[in-house]
Ligand binder design. Structure first.
Ligand code: ZN
Length: 83
């Protein structure tokens, strides 16, 4: 669901959805551990969840493993697309 937030950040309805998107975005961009969005937080203004890059990487070991798997899957997808 789309919400307007003055921060201009992408809004997510729940923390679960936001964390899943965080893993996907990190995998897609191939960020190193300290780059890119690191965590999700509930916004005081719109009460949706947004990404934040300000805190230390908070991905659980399980989420990190999933990010890695997603990244490898995309790597091979791209290989096939470029042929
Ligand atoms: Zn907001």
């Amino acid at each position: 669901m789309y919400r307007d937030c003055p921060t201009g950040k992408r809004c997510f309805d729940s923390e679960v959805i936001a964390r899943e998107a965080l893993v996907q975005v990190r995998a897609r961009h191939g960020y190193s551990e300290s780059e890119g969005p690191q965590n999700v937080y509930r916004c005081d203004i719109c009460h949706a969840f947004h990404f934040t890059s300000s805190s230390a990487n908070s991905l659980s070991p399980e989420e990190k493993a999933r990010e890695k798997r997603e990244r490898e899957a995309r790597f091979w997808e791209d290989k096939f697309k470029n042929r």
